[in-house]
Design a protein around this ligand. Structure first.
Ligand SMILES: C[S@@+](CC[C@H](N)C(=O)[O-])C[C@H]1O[C@@H](n2cnc3c(N)ncnc32)[C@H](O)[C@@H]1O
Length: 208
């Protein structure tokens, strides 16, 4: 059976290569390898996200959830040089390449690591993600429930999901979980969802 791109330590023999990420505002050559998501080209869903989401906050703390070799985190770091960007993944080969890609791009406002290496007290002003749909619905829901509550009040998460992989049901589920969620973009097979932080529960003193 083929190895999943979300393996922690891919056993697949290494075969390094590069892909070009070309956007109106940046051009990066990124090192990739076997054993990770979309090693031969920047994923079209990632491209839809990067081409359609408004610029991230200029300062603060930003997150790329499931960063792979780093195209989303590095774009955020480039667009928001005054912010600190975190990229988290379970795939250590991808994290190593993401760190190398940051160094090559001269971006020093981005940090890559496993979830447990990221300070649990950190809160995020924006989250961008091409999430790992293929880990299964229950695991994806658990992942989102672990990270979305870490949005700051007013923070927004942008998630790109293919329609046939369940973007509409994910949007419904997020709304049911109390995260106001709208469809920002609909381009070919891809949808970008804009997910707001859950509104804080009103307390007695709010209404006094
Ligand atoms: C669809 S890929 C996107 C990769 C990269 N952001 C891109 O655009 O090319 C999803 C990523 O999520 C990672 N992933 C899977 N399970 C995860 C988890 N529990 N926590 C964080 N990342 C995870 C996978 O290893 C994979 O790199």
């Amino acid at each position: 059976m083929g190895e999943h791109y979300f393996a922690n330590r891919p056993e697949t023999a290494s075969r390094p290569r590069t892909v070009d990420l070309v956007l109106p505002d940046l051009h990066l050559r990124l090192e990739t390898d076997r054993g990770m998501f979309s090693p031969d080209r920047v994923d079209p869903g990632t491209r839809v996200l990067l081409e359609s989401v408004p610029p991230p906050p200029a300062t603060g703390t930003l997150l790329d959830l499931g960063c792979g070799y780093g195209p989303i985190a590095l774009t955020m770091a480039h667009r928001s040089p005054g912010a600190t960007v975190y990229g988290v993944d379970v795939n250590e080969r991808a994290l190593d390449l993401a760190r190398r890609n940051a160094t090559t791009a001269g971006l020093d406002n981005v940090r890559f690591g496993l979830a447990e290496e990221i300070d649990p007290a950190l809160r995020f002003d924006a989250i961008w993600s091409n999430p790992p749909i293929r880990i299964g619905k229950a695991a994806l829901h658990d992942l989102l429930l672990a990270w979305l509550p870490r949005l700051t009040p007013g923070g927004v998460a942008h998630l790109v999901v293919q329609k046939h992989l369940g973007s509409d049901s994910l949007q419904r589920w997020l709304n049911e979980r109390g995260h106001p969620t709208e469809r920002l973009t609909s381009r070919s097979a891809y949808r970008v969802l804009a997910v707001s932080a859950r509104p804080r529960a009103r307390t007695g003193s709010d209404t006094a």
